[in-house]
Design a protein. Sequence first.
Length: 185
Amino acid sequence: MTKTKRAADPRPRRTIGALQRALVELTQTGPPSTIDITELCRVAGVHRTTFYKHFTDVSELAGTVVEDLLDHIDSAPAPGSYRTWLGELLEHVAERRAVYAPVLGRDGDPAVVRRVCDRLVHRTAQLLGDGDPCPHRDEAFCRTLAFAAYGLIEAVIADENLDGPASVDATVARLPGALRREDAA
């Protein structure tokens, strides 16, 4: 359990919110890896010791920015539809592009990107194997599909004019026949 999950008192929630907003603001001028904690705290209006009560580094804070994306990845898809699940996931990303772009975009935080990719791999395996490992226990296939889903997430972040559902359809059309069926789960 992360320190942020324990924050029931409204003061820590406000502090974490201020730090998240400051992170998003500062990433408009550079990647998360270049953000200095002192500057982050100045922009957030909190003391460094307060920052360290909640996080060990900027990367850990960046991870909290994508918590709702991780929750969305874990959400239940429409019955029997990987395509629908992926389309809804991309719509969610498009709606929160400005928040996700700094930590998941081209200059994003590698640890956060990996966390999202790992969650996609796990969820893809569940969706394609009804809770069991991927079809024929093909871990490589599940990883390939999950990382392709992450590629679509980055594409949506990078191009605000990208049509997410059309991108899903185009990607799914290139997949093996079993996955192209709307009822493939």
